[in-house]
Design a protein around this ligand. Structure first.
Ligand SMILES: CCCCC/C=C/C(=O)SCCNC(=O)CCNC(=O)[C@H](O)C(C)(C)COP(=O)(O)OP(=O)(O)OC[C@H]1O[C@@H](n2cnc3c(N)ncnc32)[C@H](O)[C@@H]1OP(=O)(O)O
Ligand SMILES: Cc1cc2nc3c(=O)[nH]c(=O)nc-3n(C[C@H](O)[C@H](O)[C@H](O)COP(=O)(O)OP(=O)(O)OC[C@H]3O[C@@H](n4cnc5c(N)ncnc54)[C@H](O)[C@@H]3O)c2cc1C
Length: 615
């Protein structure tokens, strides 16, 4: 539906100013998300399947550098669903769902991201007026990063330290209006703006937000789990981490996003490698397709396998997420720590691997991969952001490690849930069972090492299952992909396997041979495998990766669109000699042209009619 709409104006985004990019993004987002509303009216989408619909739109080329409306769907609505009581959901969800209000999620502050218990924003209950007073006591307490908050959202979920009857009860969430619904002007007591240009996601309109003793009604605290009664009495949640549910949801969604980005990148690089010819094996011969070089296959094929492995794992994670949430509704919190550990681990592993794979795809395209028109630099900008947002990867891996160590310590006393059941056998098998160079053998080795096993065994099990119903030819290719994924990681993580399993030098050598043979066996199907991702040219938006292979013609056509470039400046807000990091970040943010006016014209022209259902 999107590709039939007139959303592109023909000028590559790279040549637009920061402000124009925002304005373009609002226009395109309104067109794209009005489709969600249309599908909703036609009964084609509901709150239950909107992950697919919204995920698809956000991953589409129309919103190729992100969307200022993304957070509204990805975090604002899920936070209301997860943290608001029934009455609050009835009040806010219909308005959010039809976009008559647009929201963001404001948790991170200028001085605090990972350690959320250390947030500085306060929400102090005033029983006399039945209001909370929101305040940012310092510069480092300013909210910093929330998507769409700069000039787009008029509401947001704010995470703040709750004070009542003189006591702090830790961080809680509040729904807060930041702009007037009619004029879109910031409300008194609210200081709001955009944080400025970034490595990628420049259309997202990430914002900052400060409060000057700003008052909201008591009922704007999200009270599904913990409550503040009218007289200021605090009622505790049955589990302090239930309020973190929206973060867990987004971590699951991110795994799906990575499948999308990885399949795009590897489609572009594989198609290009079939077109590109470089070097002669013998003088006078035609130059070779670079896809025929084993080194090139080594760069690319693991990404094809990983895209399938991640998709299968994402689906399984989604099922687990829904199962555990159903149990939470029934009051059973037993699997919450497992879900948290799984979501942290898979978000971290898939974003880190995707970022590495996308960069390899870019390098695999040589100089042309460095062109913005290849779409690979932009894709890298998007995936590397995911290594940081929604929980920095190292920190998330430490959360999973904490859960694994705790589980391991209780191995004999506790029944293990399916995703960690391998710990029991792995502990018993360590060094006792010999090494085997088969897929199952490698998985067993990784169970001992306890790394990446989730993804690998899920991929293997699912392919075994599929093999029962598909043609022998397809079965063979699917098994080659699983083999490739497992042998690749066995060779990458040799030091772990050498430390913790009895793998021998001879077995390592034969593993290398097996890996190279699998690359060669996959070569004839490489282009077919990426075609099978079924990504339309309009979605890829790449000069290198289009289906028809007109790489050189497209590169020239794109080059012809270039105006003269302004010279870039080399400056850093973070690294100056005087250490005025936060002051400089704020000074730079204030230079953003978007902050020069309190309301951008796109609000009146697009957002407001959209929010009022007139578009
Ligand atoms: C298109 C996509 C757009 C995406 C836009 C991006 C949006 C954002 O980035 S929003 C901001 C996201 N921010 C973060 O993700 C912050 C990361 N930090 C955290 O999640 C947490 O602070 C933490 C997990 C690193 C630690 O939390 P903390 O409260 O300090 O934890 P404690 O040390 O007090 O307790 C640890 C205890 O709690 C368990 N736990 C932590 N989180 C959860 C959870 N979500 N669910 C269940 N359990 C959780 C943890 O496992 C520990 O348990 P025990 O070992 O039993 O003590
Ligand atoms: C593109 C983008 C969009 C975002 N969107 C939003 C949004 O919509 N809403 C929102 O609220 N936030 C948002 N964020 C903020 C994001 O959630 C944080 O940046 C993220 O949680 C990491 O926190 P930080 O920046 O404070 O990093 P830090 O925690 O300061 O990390 C810096 C370094 O310290 C290390 N480190 C930190 N703690 C530990 C530890 N305990 N042990 C070992 N190492 C540690 C990290 O590994 C990292 O190497 C966004 C960020 C980005 C980049």
């Amino acid at each position: 539906m999107l590709s039939k709409r007139e959303v592109f104006d023909g000028v590559p985004e790279e040549y637009l100013s920061h402000k124009e990019r925002y304005e373009n993004a609002i226009r395109n987002s309104v067109v794209a998300f009005s489709l969600v509303r249309k599908m909703q009216e036609e009964g084609k989408t509901s709150i239950n399947n909107y992950r697919d619909v919204v995920g698809g739109l956000l991953g589409s080329s129309v919103l190729r550098d992100g969307s200022p409306l993304g957070l509204h769907y990805i975090m604002f609505m899920p936070a209301i669903l997860n943290q608001a009581n029934e009455e609050q959901q009835e009040k806010w969800l219909p308005r959010a769902w039809n976009c008559s209000i647009i929201g963001s999620y404001a948790q991170t502050e200028l001085g605090h991201g990972t350690f959320i218990r250390g947030l500085e924003t306060t929400a102090t209950y005033d029983a006399a007026t039945k209001q909370f007073v929101l305040h940012s006591p310092t510069l480092t307490a300013y909210k910093w990063w929330p998507g769409g908050l700069g000039q787009t959202a008029n509401y947001c979920i704010v995470v703040a330290q709750l004070y009542t009857k003189g006591q702090c009860h830790g961080i809680h969430s509040f729904i807060i209006q930041v702009r007037d619904e009619e004029t879109h002007m910031p409300l008194p007591g609210i200081k709001i703006g955009e944080i400025g240009a970034k490595l990628g996601l420049n259309a997202v309109n990430n914002g900052f937000l400060g409060f000057d003793n700003y008052r909201i009604p008591r009922t704007n605290m999200l009270m599904k789990h913990a409550q503040v009664l009218e007289d200021g009495t605090y009622v505790k949640s049955r589990h302090s981490k239930l309020n973190y549910g929206a973060m867990v949801f987004v971590r699951v969604v991110i795994v799906f996003d990575m499948v999308n980005y990885l399949s795009k990148a590897v489609t572009i690089a594989t198609r290009f490698s079939a077109v590109r010819r470089q070097c002669q094996l013998k003088a006078g011969e035609t130059e070779c397709q670079i896809l025929d070089y084993v080194t090139q296959q080594h760069k690319l094929f693991v990404s094809i396998a990983a895209a399938h492995a991640f998709r299968i794992t994402a689906n399984k994670l989604w099922l687990t997420f829904n199962e555990v949430n159903e149990q939470l509704v029934e009051g059973n919190l037993q699997r919450l720590p497992e879900l948290h550990a799984l979501a942290c681990c898979l978000k971290a592993v898939t974003t880190a691997d995707t970022a590495a794979c996308v960069e390899r795809c870019r390098l695999a395209c040589g100089g042309h991969g460095y062109m913005m028109s290849s779409s690979l630099p932009l894709t890298y900008g998007l995936v590397t952001a995911a290594c940081t947002y929604e929980g920095e990867n190292t920190v998330l891996l430490l959360q999973t490690a904490r859960f694994l160590v705790k589980t391991y310590q209780q191995l004999d006393s506790k029944a293990l849930t399916p995703t960690v059941a391998y710990l029991k056998t792995a502990a018993a098998e360590r060094f006792c069972v010999g090494w085997s160079n088969t897929t199952e053998g490698i998985i067993r080795g990784f169970q001992v090492v306890a790394m990446r096993v989730i993804i690998m065994s899920t991929f293997n099990e699912e392919v075994q299952e599929m093999s029962r119903t598909v043609s022998p030819q397809l079965k063979e290719v699917l098994h080659q992909l699983v083999d490739l994924y497992c042998t690749y990681w066995a060779l990458e993580k040799l030091s772990d396997l050498l430390l913790y399993t009895p793998i021998s030098q001879k077995e390592v050598e034969s593993l290398r041979l097996r890996y190279e043979e699998t690359l060669t066996n996959l070569r004839p199907n490489a282009v077919g495998l990426v075609d099978a991702f079924d990504l339309r040219d309009e979605m890829l938006q790449s000069t290198l990766g289009s289906y028809d292979g007109r790489v050189y013609e497209r590169l020239m056509e794109e080059a012809m669109k270039s105006p003269l470039n302004a010279e870039p400046m080399l400056q850093s807000t973070l690294g100056s000699y005087d250490g005025r990091v936060y002051e400089r970040l704020m000074e730079e943010a204030m230079k953003s042209p978007l902050n020069a006016e309190p309301v951008n014209y796109t609000f009146h022209k697009y957002l407001k009619p959209f929010m009022q259902g007139k578009l």
